[in-house]
Design a protein around this ligand. Structure first.
Ligand code: DGL
Length: 264
């Protein structure tokens, strides 16, 4: 039997990693869990985030995951050590792969990186540490964008509301001259049109995509199990089905199942 990748997030954000996985591993099975009953994670304490993350990964492992992608910046920034210690299979977070990509872009530019993330991600300092470990000369400016997750979870990825909050968070960052802008919350690439308009000439680093690429360095497409994607959520699947088909640009979400994550 081949290897199956498990991907989890608080909701729809991890679909940015899932979309990249589908490109890199066409026709391969993966399991996705979106913790829609408890989203957002980014406003919770580090202790609560760790508890949720351990349950999410336990669910994926119980369903046959042989590699887990924590496709959530908040979890990766606050709980990656606990996850790695408790999981019987390899765990990939988004922070290291995204930090590596941003640092390599900044190294050939002015050495400036902007990190956009949830409040819990910014508070953790995980991205600053990861980038400093690669190159301490790189300047990192971090900004929490708490309204971005609810905008995405409700399908407001463009238009007035998205532009209003983007201007609130990003308006003053234009003059920083970032070489790379890390979309450090996996929900944010769904807003990349609006975010990108504030950072002309900067490279937007999609942390979910970088994590999926890191998984592809760990297992080859030949090792991966053939089959369909399976989607699970912890609350009613209806809005997940609707927005997942918009974000993944296909219509195969009839089988989304609701599970009780508190039992893991
Ligand atoms: N998409 C997640 C992240 O990368 C979670 C955001 C949230 O639930 O607040 O941070």
């Amino acid at each position: 039997m081949g290897k199956t990748v498990g991907i989890f997030d608080s909701g729809l954000g991890g679909l940015t990693a899932a979309g990249e996985f589908e490109k890199l591993f066409p026709g391969k099975r993966y399991i996705y869990f979106g913790d829609t009953a408890r989203v957002p994670y980014g406003t919770k304490s580090a202790e609560t985030i760790r508890r949720y993350a351990l349950q999410d990964s336990a669910f994926l492992c119980a369903h046959g995951a042989s590699v887990v992608i924590a496709a959530c910046g908040t979890v990766s920034a606050n709980a990656i050590d606990a996850l790695k210690a408790s999981c019987p299979v390899p765990v990939i977070g988004v922070v290291e792969p995204a930090a590596e990509k941003a640092a390599s872009v900044a190294a050939s530019g002015r050495g400036r990186v902007v990190l956009l993330g949830t409040a819990a991600t910014v508070k953790s300092g995980a991205y600053e540490r990861a980038i400093a470990a690669i190159d301490p000369r790189i300047a990192v400016k971090s900004v929490a964008c708490p309204m971005f997750v609810p905008l995405v979870e409700n399908g407001y990825t463009s238009g007035y509301a998205a532009e209003f909050f983007a201007n609130e968070y990003l308006g003053l960052l234009k003059s920083f001259g970032a070489d790379a802008v890390i979309l450090g919350c996996t929900h944010y690439p769904h807003l990349s049109g609006v975010i990108g308009s504030f950072f002309e000439g900067s490279v937007l680093v999609d942390s979910g995509r970088e994590a999926a690429a890191a998984a592809a360095r760990l297992i080859s497409p030949e090792e991966a199990e053939d089959g369909e994607a399976e989607f699970y959520v912890s609350d009613s699947p209806e809005s997940f089905k609707r927005l997942a088909s918009v974000f993944l640009k296909r219509d195969a979400f009839e089988g989304v199942k609701c599970i009780d994550i508190e039992g893991y």
